[in-house]
Design a binder for this molecule. Sequence first.
Ligand SMILES: Cc1ncc(COP(=O)(O)O)c(C=O)c1O
Length: 365
Amino acid sequence: MHGGNVHAIQRQTGIQISTLLDFSANINPLGIPNALLEIMKASLEESVHYPDPDYHRLYESMARFFQCDQDRLVIGNGAAHVIHELLTLLQPQKVLLMAPTFSEYRQALEKCDTTIITLSLSSEETFDLSLDQLEKQLQQGINLLILCNPNNPTGRLISISQMKQVLAMCRDHRCRLLVDEAFIDFTTNESIDSLVKETAHWQELMVIRAFTKIFAIPGIRLGAAVLGDVNLASRVRTHLVPWSVNAVAESMADFLNTQEAANYLSRSVALVTAEREWIFSKLQKIAGLKPVPGSANYLLVALDESAPPVEALQQYLLQHGIMIRNCSNYEGLHHHWFRVAVRRREENQKLIDHLNCFLTQNAQN
Ligand SMILES: Cc1ncc(COP(=O)(O)O)c(C=O)c1O
């Protein structure tokens, strides 16, 4: 269902995980920062103790990192954990979701007694959100609107000025707004485009952030929510299972506000921006492929209708040890869509070479 399932690929094909080139999960190609790795290794020694049940140091450090009030924060075992806990506590009656978007919102809502309405984003409009259409949907008594910014899998970013219009609409319609910013750290202007600072002004706003993607720790897990509603934040914190965040993830507190972290973040954005532009320009030149311009560390790509379905491409690439994300199980996409992560140049070059080979071979047949 998700990208990055290297374990399933190893089971099915016998290819060793260490030899796989994984373009299916969107993880920082720089890997775990060295200074963080050292801190985390040291924290393993401390793991005979429980983590602090109140996560004092982590809350303090994260509030400083996000420049938000500590009482707005909820920290959890990855962004997915925070999303599930928040939604199951909220039990919203009527929710508006985009299609395509990240599947976990629906998964979480299926545990609630919720009516889900979907707004289809059109590929002709590069999957951009139309505020007119949104307004019409909100008039139907929606209690919660969920947006992913930048959206997964499209990579499209909603600007801060549009987001403020969305917030105003939500306020008019008494609707909460959950914005998942799991990938915003990879965009050029995170400090401008993120809604975290707006939580001080909008009671209805809930922002999700992930540390798994940007610090390349999906196996360690760490995520957060910053909420406009401090009472809700307090309720979610009490609702969480104690010690949900392990001691290794907890040690992020000692790294987040260091100069090393700041340098790593700016190097990451520079690398991802340059490589995304490079891959995009190469993909555009391959006959039979159409990439969607994106702002994150991945790109959504369409195969021509005349080309074989994405499963054939997936199989072909796998024979060369390359994994891509087949997007046919995203609501609103079909068997000609796939997503690739942005990695380092040598790896990106390998992907482009194999995509070229596949499409040239198929054009000749
Ligand atoms: C949009 C989005 N939000 C949240 C998550 C979950 O992140 P985490 O690994 O921190 O739980 C993902 C994972 O792919 C995602 O794509």
